[in-house]
Design a protein around this ligand. Structure first.
Ligand code: HEC
Length: 144
């Protein structure tokens, strides 16, 4: 009987520690919101609300070297590529904020393994929180 109690305590404590470690490892800015399940898409929302307004003045066919975001088809092709500023990462990795250079640049932080991604986008200053959230939910619901 006594050994059963001790064994149960060990199991419970072990489990609690594991959960704490997992929570500590989660960086909020790099963690998708599980409550958002309805896909946010490029063609229906993100192209018009973000790329057209905030990005394509620079990211267009005249200088496509950093990604041409001038319409939904071009944006989709550009974000599927490997990043120029952080070659080990994609511009957008579906459902993975920490591996998406586009997201890391919007929130102005390095990747989880310390990958440098250069300056914040847009260069004039970070987007307002509601616009950042739209991009986050787009990446987190498949990035299509
Ligand atoms: C004023 C011009 C300008 C605007 C506006 C701008 N960018 Fe950029 N962007 C650049 C330049 C220049 C670079 C290359 C240097 C760098 O990475 O900082 C770049 C690089 C990037 C890269 C890296 C591409 C790669 O292959 O690694 C991403 C991603 C990016 N921009 C996303 C965005 C997004 C998203 C927006 C809109 C929210 C945006 N940019 C707005 C000028 C701009």
């Amino acid at each position: 009987m006594r050994s059963t109690i001790v064994a149960s305590l060990v199991v419970l404590t072990g489990c609690g520690q594991m959960m704490m470690t997992m929570a500590d490892a989660g960086v909020p800015e790099l963690t998708c919101d599980p409550a958002v399940t309805t896909p946010v898409t490029l063609s229906a929302t993100v192209q018009a609300q973000i790329f057209d307004k905030q990005c394509k003045s620079c990211h267009n066919a005249f200088d496509a070297s950093n990604g041409d975001y001038s319409d939904a088809a071009r944006t989709a092709a550009a974000v599927a590529k490997s990043s120029k500023v952080a070659p080990g990462l994609k511009v957008l990795e579906p459902n993975n904020l920490g591996k998406s250079v586009l997201w890391l640049k919007l929130i102005n932080r390095k990747g989880p393994a310390g990958e440098a991604v250069g300056g914040v986008m847009p260069p004039g200053g970070a987007l307002p929180a509601d616009q950042q959230k739209l991009v986050k939910d787009w990446i987190c619901t498949g990035g299509t």
